[in-house]
Design a protein around this ligand. Structure first.
Ligand code: NAP
Length: 332
């Protein structure tokens, strides 16, 4: 089979496409013929050895796949050859085949194509868990979404609308703002691409306050971090919830007087841990997300599809902060 290989720690150019033997599914595993693999922000960190998970080299990147079950290992009772599934692994997804745990696999709704299935769960699963379980977002509340044109951000915009919130997006370019508005946000403003000076932070805080109005944001969805977090927190309402999702802008340092003054909560979101600790609730969430998908309220926004020979380009667009919505690697 053809596979993308990381032979040494490095950027997108360090990846090569090589022939590898087809893996044999072990007990509890299935072999998938991979149809698509989502490209997620951690993928760009993992090949540089900057992520908490460090697979032994050489390894195949890619954690989130869709495909068809080709072989079933011993002891697997929940899946059959021919099933269309979404599956997860710590790595191995950017290859024509992957052997992975049958327990990580979920059947794909009939109406969902493989490319959408491969980018569905991490973004919508994270944002739904964040907004529903962690923030308890309520009808009529104001939701401010940072990095709103990114993978998790745009999922939060759509879910926020589906849950009846007023949704305000915040992004770094006009092009991203147009995209966010086209996906249903009530408003979207453009913040500077970096906030190097104290003035920059203050201006960004003022933008957030102006967009959210005198009451402020009831919920802030924050997959960006860096100095953006504090600027957004300054526009929080009394009793609001600030969801900490990710740090492509760096890990923020928040003055602890702010949550006191706002009587607000800073709430951690860790989807991977949630899926392992609360599998029942995660199944309920996934089924509810599939219902929202069938109703048309949410849909993965794939802006670019790459084949296996151009995977480096996919990684580069995420690293360069250019990706809009989701990108996927697709296989014939
Ligand atoms: N906590 C969890 O359970 C969980 C789950 C999934 C993902 N995550 C994390 O959440 C973060 C966002 O994931 P995502 O899938 O939404 O990523 P994404 O599609 O790449 O979007 C991230 C957004 O962050 C902004 N950004 C600011 N500084 C950036 C920089 N230096 N490089 C790249 N982007 C930058 C960009 O928006 P602007 O240009 O508009 O600022 C970009 O659109 C990642 O750190 C990811 O690891 C966490």
């Amino acid at each position: 089979m053809k596979a993308v290989i990381s032979n040494y720690a490095g950027g997108p150019d360090s990846l090569t496409v090589e022939e590898r033997p087809t893996p044999e599914p072990q007990a509890g595993e299935v072999l998938l013929s991979v149809r698509a693999c989502g490209v997620n922000y951690p993928d760009v960190l993992i090949i540089r050895d900057l992520y908490q998970i460090k697979p032994e080299r050489p390894f195949i990147p890619g954690t989130e796949v869709s495909g068809v079950v080709e072989k079933v290992g011993s002891g697997v009772l929940n899946l059959n050859v021919g099933d269309r599934v979404i599956g997860f692994s710590t790595h191995g997804g950017m290859a024509q085949q992957i052997a992975l745990s049958a327990d990580s696999c979920v059947l794909i709704p009939n109406e969902m194509p493989f490319d959408e299935a491969a980018v569905f769960t991490t973004t919508f699963g994270t944002s739904y868990h964040a907004l529903k379980n962690r923030a308890d977002l309520r009808l009529g509340e104001t939701l401010l979404v940072l990095g709103a044109a990114g993978g998790t951000g745009i999922a939060a915009v759509e879910i926020g609308k589906a849950l009846g919130a007023k949704v305000i997006g915040a992004v770094s370019t006009e092009k991203k703002a147009s995209f966010v508005l086209s996906c249903g946000a009530d408003e979207c403003f453009v913040y500077p691409a970096n906030l190097l000076s104290p003035d920059g932070k203050r201006d960004m805080a003022n933008q957030c306050k102006e967009a959210c109005g005198p009451r402020g944001a009831d919920v802030i969805y924050d997959p960006v971090g860096g100095d953006y977090s504090e600027a957004a927190l300054r526009a929080m309402s009394y009793g609001g919830r600030h969801l900490i999702v990710g740090f492509p802008g760096g890990v923020p340092r928040i003055p602890m007087n702010l949550p006191l003054l706002k009587s607000c909560q800073i709430v951690g979101v860790y989807y991977d841990s949630f899926t392992k600790r609360e599998p029942g609730l995660n199944r309920t969430n996934t089924n509810e997300l599939f219902d929202l998908y069938r109703s048309g309220a949410i849909s993965p926004k794939i802006s670019a599809r790459y084949d296996i020979n151009s995977v480096s380009e996919a990684f580069r667009s995420i690293e360069a902060r250019e990706a809009i919505g989701k990108i996927a690697v697709v296989f014939d």
